[in-house]
Design a binder for this molecule. Sequence first.
Ligand code: SF4
Ligand code: SF4
Length: 385
Amino acid sequence: MQFARRDFLKLCMYMGAGAVATYYAAEIKQVFAQVAQQNGGSVHLIWLPMGGDSGCTVSMLQASNPNLIEAAQNLGLSADFWDTFMTPDYQLGSSGWITAGMTTEDQSQAPLMNAAFGDATVDVLVIEGTPQLGTPNGGSQGDFCTIGQYNGQDVNAYTLLQKLAAKASWVIAVGQCSSFGGIPAGKGNLTGAVPVTEALKTAGVTTKNPVVNLAGCPAHPDWTLITLASVLQGFTPDLDDLGRPTAFFSRYIHDSCPRRGYYDAGQFASNFDDPECLWDLGCKGPITVSACAETKWNGGLSFCTQAGPMCWGCMHPSFPDPPTSSFFEALPHFPGIDIPTLELAGAAAVVVGAGLAVGLTLKSKKGDKPEKKEEKTATGAPAQG
Ligand code: SF4
Ligand code: SF4
């Protein structure tokens, strides 16, 4: 099957692209090559690390349609800064891994500092990890995460975020931490961790295009590359009100779960070895919007509820706080109690502050179809119970 580039990306971004990504790998590579041709050379990418564990970078190594090297080559991507991958000798360039010849820390940081404070182009800014706006030891806002030095002065990641986001053509928050705060912004939140959108709003920074949130702990690598391909050819993804591409975030996992038949039949597992529905073991698939069950992971091989464990709700805006936790605690189902009563009970448990809505899936009795509501906030910030 042949796709025109634009048609293909439209298909991806509007029509539930996940399955497309799995079945049309060869065509996707062709589209990536066309995008590179259109861009006529190198596309400058800064992958900015903030509060996180680099898990989304590790996830990118599992990209399969195309893989990361093919994507870099076909998209003409030049990762001017991607610290986890950078070594003194090698860097991810548009021709694949290239000899970088950087022998000092200053040399490896130079492209980042030049992008933030100099005249270097930034086509795409990817943020991995959470902006931390706390002020440790009376320092500056953001000093929990200091990345390097410029003119002999320490520069923190929050300052870099502001400079780079204002300059970049596109800002993509990759992963749960940058999209919604994730684990660093979870209950307790000692570092003042907030989602990228909230950090930019606090700093009064406006971006050239809407920030794209690719939620997930980690982010899905194929969704990330397809989103990159889309924005690089000037195609604005259709985003939901939490800034997520609707192609990957429009249906509940529960809707396409391979165990759904057991759920409908009212058959529930009591051990992770059992084949039945994982509701009673804490599955959060019924309240989590994502295309995991459609695209699956690792080249379309499998995903959480198919492989054995339940869905943790790692793409739910409130993860890891309630209602996604406690992780092994079942979502409420109260036989004989009606939905309005449950809604009130759920709201009391998860709402924090004015304007936050509740994320709660309700089930009146085993086997009943649940009413599903994913939590939404104005800023994308997670609710903390
Ligand atoms: S509750 Fe979880 S395991 Fe059961 S059908 Fe829904 S998503 Fe699948
Ligand atoms: S199935 Fe659930 S826990 Fe697994 S990756 Fe998808 S959203 Fe995260």
